[in-house]
Design a protein around this ligand. Structure first.
Ligand SMILES: *Cc1c(COP(=O)(O)O)cnc(C)c1O
Length: 366
């Protein structure tokens, strides 16, 4: 294994990241035209440990297992958070990451809610930049594919006691990925289980939120749906989000999406991007509390013409059917002039450099 010290790119408080390169890349084994989501990892990962009040010895090394005590508090008490973002290749092979600073901000907001240390912006960005420089070949050159980037932080103090950990590990791993949902999805409005409650951790990308969502999602799958639409935990009267995506509806040609005032909805970066693109195209956007009954009426009357989930993993997932109280509402098929197609195309064109990024969303990898 070759060991080199790469000076970090920018900023005053930039750090030395130790780099140990893999002997032989595994990239030859990957078929970029047929990649399962989240199962194939690029050659390298970034790791850094938090101890004695600071982040120490950042390192890029071959992707591989960690050795940890079974007593680490992340496993017992759930101090674990993550992020998800993507890197894209443009036509000339240049690699850029989509809105990484926003993921960094949200990561630190999740960290605060979970009593975990925040990560300095310089460290996050340098780690990302160096990791992707090293593994740039892993960004798929194929349309509709990207390199999914998964930062994660978890508590590593080995002590059986409910209290905040003193030690943490932060890592970044990456996976080349293709489309998440191959075809439009069937979703069902959940009226019994809840994902998040007011005052809880719904707005944080905290691991426990996802563990708790598995059982309700499995129940929905047994009833023939792909995913749930979550509603508020108190009355199940208001629409919140869908699985791990924010949700949007086209009603009478306007874009409607649940507002974020309750702190129970994850503030998606794709959501924000789609809203801004819609506004730039003169589409009226309404961020508001959306009643389940109201949505069902709009589906029944045909005024709701499109529904879709938006998130980094799935990008934009069209919804074909919405189930509620034993009834299924089928939405019209999506065409080239559907609002969701227009928004999705614009977003992919920005990401792959086909049109100018007037928002400053893409961060090029040096
Ligand atoms: C990550 C996530 C989203 C989407 O956020 P993006 O920043 O667009 O990827 C939506 N809902 C939940 C619950 C999530 O975990």
């Amino acid at each position: 294994m070759e060991i080199i010290d790469m000076p970090t790119s920018s900023t005053e408080n930039s750090v030395q990241i130790k780099v140990s390169k893999i002997d032989k890349s595994r990239i030859e084994e990957v078929d970029f035209n047929n990649i399962p989501f989240g199962k194939i990892f690029s050659d390298h990962m970034f790791v850094v440990d938090y101890k004695d009040g600071q982040w120490n010895d950042p390192e890029i090394r071959p992707f591989g297992n960690l050795s940890l005590s079974p007593a680490i508090s992340a496993l017992h008490y759930g101090q674990a958070i993550f992020e998800g973002l993507k890197a894209y290749k443009d036509g000339s092979g240049n690699v850029s990451v989509f809105r990484p600073l926003d993921n960094h901000t949200r990561f630190n907001s999740s960290a605060k809610r979970m009593c975990m240390p925040t990560l300095p912006e310089g460290l996050f960005m340098d780690a990302l930049n160096q990791l992707l420089t090293l593994d740039r070949e892993w960004v798929p050159p194929v349309d509709g594919c990207a390199l999914y980037i998964r930062p994660v932080m978890f508590a590593t103090t080995a002590e059986i006691k409910v209290k905040t950990s003193e030690e943490f590990k932060f890592a970044i791993m990456t996976c080349p990925v293709g489309p998440y949902y191959p075809k439009p999805v069937r979703v069902v409005i959940e009226t019994h289980f809840a994902r998040a409650m007011e005052g809880g951790i719904g707005y944080a990308k905290a691991a426990g939120n996802y563990g708790a969502a598995l059982y309700p999602a499995q129940q929905a799958q047994e009833r023939g749906y792909d995913q749930l639409i979550w509603t508020d935990s108190k009355e199940h009267k208001y629409i919140e989000e869908s699985g791990t995506m924010n949700i949007m509806f086209v009603i009478d040609g306007k874009l409607h999406t649940p507002s974020l005032e309750t702190n129970t909805i994850l503030e998606g970066i794709t959501r924000d991007s789609v809203i801004r693109i819609a506004e730039s195209k003169g589409i009226e956007v309404l961020e508001r509390r959306i009643l389940v009954e109201e949505l069902v009426d709009y589906c029944r009357s045909g005024e709701c013409t499109e529904a879709f989930g938006v998130g980094t993993a799935a990008t934009l997932a069209s919804i074909a059917t919405i189930g509620y109280n034993g009834e299924d509402f089928d939405l019209p098929p999506i065409g080239d002039d559907s609002i969701s197609t227009i928004l999705m195309d614009e977003l992919s064109n920005i990401r792959t450099g086909k049109i100018r990024d007037e928002y400053g969303w893409m961060m090029p990898i040096s």
